[in-house]
Design a binder for this molecule. Structure first.
Ligand SMILES: Cc1cc2nc3c(=O)[nH]c(=O)nc-3n(C[C@H](O)[C@H](O)[C@H](O)COP(=O)(O)OP(=O)(O)OC[C@H]3O[C@@H](n4cnc5c(N)ncnc54)[C@H](O)[C@@H]3O)c2cc1C
Length: 416
């Protein structure tokens, strides 16, 4: 049977998929395979995870979650889904600082692509990584920890440096979050007060179809403190009176509790519940990350394309991400605003539109999300990352024979 990604828009070409039952077995597979790539939970929309040789899925490896309360870290088997990790952390009184919109994705797969949630002070999930244990091309195990020379190049690594078997993450004491949804935020108010809007809660997401004079939904997630009060008016937007789904026409039973009810962090920070389908399922996604200082101009540039975008769009989401120092992180070097598109599954039409969006966002040095669809027709990614050449040198040193190379890396990163 053909193995596809979660969305079903990409069928992996790799001829072999292995499910090792132990790290030793994984090491042997890597040592004896000329080409190998790791699979996470297959939520990427492109061919990033694929390879010309063997794919290894880590779902057969023993799962482990080890909390170190003194170091305030957790070491987790790399294929663990964030939702599973979050439940174990919360039960032990601990938490992560942030989560993506869905808890279904694997830790290793998410950090490899700079997956993020939202929040002016929330960094990409990869920024919480303080250590990695990786299988090298010869099958041996090596560790890289925060502070090592190559660490900042090794976390958002697109699977190019080895297969992660364990990831160590920063943790904090568990906390509660309340989620409010407001409807019909006037675009004028959003653009005039963008800083106030995005800093009004720990995590803020704006959902729009780019048409009309208002943004349809604003999702705000606030850490609950004794002084927490739900907001009646939000820059002209009004509180939703019932649970909402960000996509039109989908049952909000899939979404985490709203209406300002307080609950554990992991049951509010993701938009979607672990035991339900996230988003739609029948969809494609793209996202571009622009510098925070260019956000208003970039949003205006996309709005100007609304007539072309709207017929293919289910919904767009605008989020903020705090900067970090990871070489290939989409927030490397400074705060970013993410402009995301959930498309109808019309691949040819979406592919034809992406160059237009990328041309409109090119003046803002927009970085495409590594795991979503993008065109990069002019092969411009190198110009967007100051440590690009360092990453390429790191790949050349770590994997001189190209065991972890694939078509995506050849096309976008490692080409001459
Ligand atoms: C419905 C939906 C909602 C989404 N929401 C968000 C969101 O809120 N924010 C956001 O930023 N993104 C989002 N994404 C994108 C998603 O988070 C990324 O594509 C992420 O990389 C998926 O992780 P995965 O475990 O499925 O990885 P995969 O797609 O399986 O693999 C991704 C990459 O990780 C590598 N990899 C996987 N495991 C390992 C390992 N053990 N060692 C080394 N490399 C490994 C693979 O080789 C590949 O290069 C969403 C996607 C979907 C489908």
């Amino acid at each position: 049977m053909t193995l596809t990604n979660w969305a079903g828009n990409y069928a992996y070409l790799a001829p072999v998929v292995q499910h090792p039952r132990s790290v030793e077995e994984l090491s042997q597979i890597v040592a004896s395979s000329p080409q190998v790539r790791a699979l996470g939970t297959r939520h990427c929309f492109n061919d990033l995870a694929d390879g010309p040789g063997t794919l290894v899925a880590l779902d057969g490896l023993p799962s482990s979650v080890r909390i170190d309360p003194d170091a305030r870290t957790v070491t987790v088997s790399a294929g663990t889904r964030y939702g599973t990790l979050a439940e174990e952390l919360h039960e032990s009184g601990w938490a992560l600082g942030n989560l993506a919109s869905l808890p279904h994705i694997s830790v290793a797969g998410a950090i490899a692509t700079a997956t993020h949630g939202s929040g002016d002070r929330s960094q990409n999930l990869a920024a919480a990584v303080c250590g990695l244990r990786l299988v090298s091309p010869d099958g041996s195990l090596r560790s890289v920890v925060r502070g090592d020379d190559d660490f900042a190049g090794s976390v958002v690594a697109l699977g190019a440096l080895g297969i992660a078997v364990e990831v160590t993450l920063d943790i904090e004491h568990t906390y509660e979050v309340a989620q409010e949804v407001h409807e019909e935020l006037p675009w004028e108010a959003a653009l005039a007060n963008l800083d106030e809007v995005t800093s009004s809660a720990g995590s803020v997401s704006l959902f729009t179809d780019w048409r009309g004079s208002s943004i349809q939904q604003v999702w705000r997630k606030t850490r609950v403190s004794p002084s927490f009060e739900p907001r009646a008016d939000f820059h002209g937007a009004t509180p939703a009176t019932a649970q909402r789904h960000p996509l039109p026409g989908i049952d909000p039973v899939h979404t985490t509790a709203q209406l300002a009810s307080a609950g554990p962090w992991h049951e509010r920070l993701p938009h979607f519940r672990l035991d339900f389908t996230p988003s739609n399922g029948a969809e494609l996604q793209s996202e571009y990350l622009v510098p925070r200082s260019s956000a208003v101009d970039a949003l205006q540039a996309v709005r100007a394309l609304s007539d072309q975008i709207a017929p293919l769009l289910q919904v767009s989401e605008i989020r903020t991400i705090a900067g970090d120092d990871l070489w290939l992180s989409t927030a490397s070097g400074g705060d970013r605003v993410g402009i995301h598109f959930t498309w109808h599954p019309k691949e040819t039409l979406v592919a034809a539109l992406l160059p237009t969006i990328e041309a409109a966002l090119a003046p803002f040095e927009a970085r495409p999300h590594w795991g979503k669809l993008f065109a990069d027709d002019d092969r411009s990614l190198a110009r967007l990352y100051p440590r690009w050449d360092d990453f390429r040198s790191l790949v050349a040193r770590t994997d001189p024979d190209g065991v972890f190379r694939n078509a995506f890396l050849d096309r976008h990163v490692l080409q001459d």
